[in-house]
Design a protein around this ligand. Structure first.
Ligand SMILES: [Zn+2]
Length: 428
């Protein structure tokens, strides 16, 4: 299903999106959606500035063409063309000549990491500023500078993208990622790349669930989507927020607010039966867009899959979260894990044994070992577990959890027993 060079494919897809100056509105996110739309069927939606979405208002649209701080000899000491992180995201336009001390309150650096540029935003308070490396700041003389931010903050639209893949039922699996960060690779592009490739894989096969992939600006995008799809959101049976899935860290899965939703159990099971280090975290009301999906009015079964957790790695929200920070093999591992979770969700169901009084004679049907006395292989053990627990009240995931056997083996056993007419599908 996943060929060896899928990691390179994911990485080069992230690399293609990396230079775009994204924000929560504007041409950058639309350009990003256009690139995603070259790979998967993607519909773009525009919601006008000023629209009320629950307790929030869709902000004005922000676009930027150029920004710099120039010394009076004409040399750009800070240049948006070098990195789109150099400008405070959502800065209002500025054109002025200022001294360094007047400029200083508008400059953001990280003193402890003097070579890195921080990523800062000011979406909901009109402001302007520059983000620069501390080394850049130290090299600036106490003199006058020409300061320019050639941006616009005007009435326009908030744009988001949706890829809907119809399945046999209209019950949905939601995969959501934020697409509003500029040149940041792990926090933003890794999730976008893995989600896009997962959607591509699903578009090539039949599935029971319908899948909805959202590429949205963080927070305001999820709130806007939920406000416009309040009724439709009730069809969501399982959901995942994907972000920070390309770095070298082990997996972290943050559970949904419900804490024991099928998605929580499916991800925990998939993590237990793979080789990388992993940790399952309890729900908390801070983080990514699971905050909105898990708000009490919705309480959707949506968890968040990450490798390193946001805010815990020094590269987070800095220029060091770059294309070297995300690794092809880690992106591929994240995609593989997502595909594993999808397989569990797709195949999880309950069966009833047609032979509840004592074990059926498996040997007669060629489903047991041929020589008595040998220990039984795991596949035979899986058959015994499925037969024993399939009384209509246990799902295959229940059986996988209780037996400690990998879900795919339990599923294979159930398929075989069904073909042998020992099992029939259906819950109590
Ligand atoms: Zn972020």
């Amino acid at each position: 299903m996943l060929s060896g060079d899928v990691g390179n494919g994911l990485h080069s897809f992230a690399a293609k999106l990396y230079p775009i100056c994204r924000s929560i509105t504007g041409d950058g996110i639309r350009q990003t959606l256009n690139v995603i739309g070259e790979r998967i069927p993607l519909q773009q939606f525009n919601v006008p500035s000023g629209a009320h979405v629950f307790d929030w208002i869709v902000p004005k649209e922000w676009n930027i063409r150029d920004a710099y701080i120039k010394s009076l000899d004409g040399k750009r000491v800070v240049d948006f063309r070098d990195s789109n992180l150099q400008v405070l995201n959502y800065s209002v336009p500025v054109k002025a000549r200022m001294t360094l001390s007047d400029l200083r309150p508008h400059l953001f650096t990280i003193a402890e990491r003097p070579e890195w540029i921080p990523y800062r935003t000011s979406y909901y308070k009109e402001d302007w500023g520059f983000c620069l490396s501390h080394d850049q700041l130290l090299s600036m003389k106490d003199a006058e500078y020409d300061v320019c931010i050639d941006s616009s903050l005007e009435s326009g639209n908030l744009t988001y993208g949706e890829c809907y893949l119809a399945g046999k039922t209209n019950e949905e699996v939601l995969v959501s990622c934020h697409a509003c960060h500029p040149s940041l690779a792990n926090d933003n592009l890794s999730g976008i790349a893995v989600a896009t490739f997962l959607a591509k894989l699903l578009s090539l096969c039949e599935h029971r669930y319908s899948y909805r992939f959202l590429f949205i600006p963080g927070t305001i995008g999820a709130i806007t989507w939920l406000a416009r799809n309040q009724a439709g959101a009730q069809r969501i049976r399982h959901g995942l927020v994907l972000t920070c899935v390309g770095d070298s860290g082990g997996f972290h899965y943050k559970k949904s607010r419900r804490g024991n939703a099928e998605i929580d159990r499916a991800v925990a099971h998939a993590l237990k039966h793979q080789n990388e280090p992993s940790e399952v975290l309890e729900f908390s009301p801070y983080g990514y867009d699971e905050r909105q999906y898990c708000s009490p009015g919705f309480d959707l079964p949506v968890g968040c899959l990450m490798r390193s957790v946001w805010g815990t790695f020094p590269e987070y929200h800095t220029s060091a979260d770059n294309l070297e920070f995300i690794k092809p093999e880690k992106l591929a591992g994240s995609l593989r894990l997502c595909a594993e979770v999808v397989a569990i969700l797709e195949n999880n169901r309950s069966y009833r044994t047609l032979n509840p009084f004592c074990e059926p004679q498996l040997g007669r049907r060629g489903l047991y070992r041929s020589t008595g006395g040998e220990t039984i292989a795991e596949e035979i053990n899986a058959r015994l577990w499925v037969l024993n627990l399939s009384d209509g009240t246990n799902s295959l995931l229940d059986i996988a959890e209780r037996s400690g056997i990998k879900f795919s083996k339990i599923y294979d056993a159930a398929q075989l027993l069904e073909q042998s007419e020992l099992l029939s599908e259906g819950a109590e």
